[in-house]
Design a protein around this ligand. Structure first.
Ligand code: ZN
Length: 321
């Protein structure tokens, strides 16, 4: 099935407030210290994120940083719209038309035509200056039968996804980024909720969007993988949660995605991170299940605009957790 052409899809764009990295450092330190026993937030030159333990397709997260929200859960529930197939390269070119290189990472639904089944997408793709690309995107699925979690790197030429995605897009250049380390969770908030609340507490109604990568180590996480499309309508969160398959996944998990402090009248997903790993685990991050031992390490950067592509006309709040 061919992907929809982004040129023909609804498109909206708004500016985000861009705090300085030093303001963000102060905000994240203050907020995360309420939720974790040990917190380090610093501004640093981005390390080579292609190296272990991050395994990104690009070494950096800087240049024309943009938060992108495509489609949404209304294309999945109550019933799936199988025509909602998009292409990451097509979208990346439209988002950053003049950039020599583009890197994108994030969370969404994987390309169901690839495996004839619904699946999770963990997007991680760099487009080089000559048009070639580095494709480190993974998918995660529920294996039919024993319902184990299985992941795979997509074939090199597979750049499609389905239904929805929350993407952090940049030129993938080296530059200053926010480095976060947290140990031992004391509060109820998951790592990303704690980060988002920290940024919201500092900047309030000035809308801020961030994205990047975090790893979870020395612990495990409650994560879901979507089963194949439901044959019955998913009418509420209970239906969705019964249809999703939940796992306790051990670290090291490498999670990519975005968070924003407000929906900005664009029906945005406030936070969305999916993880992959080197041990066949992957899925949608909810929270860690090992607060005593858990460690997080993240590299984030801040977006200067939000782009909303193919915003569902009929919407609801089902399946947003
Ligand atoms: Zn998800």
């Amino acid at each position: 099935m061919a992907a929809l052409n982004v040129e023909q899809l609804p498109w909206a764009e708004k500016s985000l407030h861009v705090p300085s990295l030093s303001e963000l450092k102060t905000a994240l330190s203050a907020g995360l210290n309420k939720n974790f026993a040990e917190v380090l937030v610093e501004i640093q030159d981005c390390p080579d994120l292609t190296a272990a333990p991050f395994y990104l397709a690009s070494s950096g997260l800087s240049g024309s940083q943009t938060i992108v929200d495509v489609g949404g859960p209304p294309f999945l529930a109550p019933t799936v719209d199988r025509t909602k197939i998009y292409d990451l390269v097509n979208i990346a070119r439209k988002v950053l038309p003049n950039a020599p290189t583009v890197y994108l990472c994030g969370a969404g639904a994987g390309p169901h035509p690839l495996i004839s089944s619904n699946c999770e997408g963990i997007f991680n793709l760099k487009i080089n200056e000559d048009g070639s690309f580095v494709n480190e995107t993974h998918i995660a699925r529920v294996t039919p039968g024993d319902e184990s979690c299985a992941t795979m790197k997509v074939p090199h030429d597979e750049t499609k996804f389905a239904l929805m995605a929350n993407l952090y897009v940049s030129e993938g250049q080296k530059g200053k980024v926010i480095h976060v380390k947290c140990k031992k969770r004391l509060g109820e908030d998951n790592f990303i909720t704690a980060c988002r609340n920290a940024v919201y507490a500092a900047f309030g109604e000035k809308h801020v969007g961030m994205g990047g990568v975090f790893i979870l180590k020395n612990g495990s996480a409650h994560q879901h993988v979507m089963r194949d499309f439901s044959s019955t309508p998913l009418n509420n969160d209970e239906d969705v949660n019964n249809w999703l398959k939940f796992y306790n996944m051990p670290g090291i998990l490498i999670a990519v995605g975005t968070f924003v402090t407000d929906e900005m009248d664009l029906d945005l997903r406030l936070q969305h991170f999916h993880s992959f790993s080197k041990s066949n685990w992957g899925g949608h991050y909810h929270y860690d299940t090992t607060p005593e031992t858990v460690e997080y390490e993240a590299y984030f950067n801040v977006g200067s605009r939000i782009i909303r592509i193919d915003q569902p006309v009929v919407t609801h709040k089902i399946g947003r957790d």
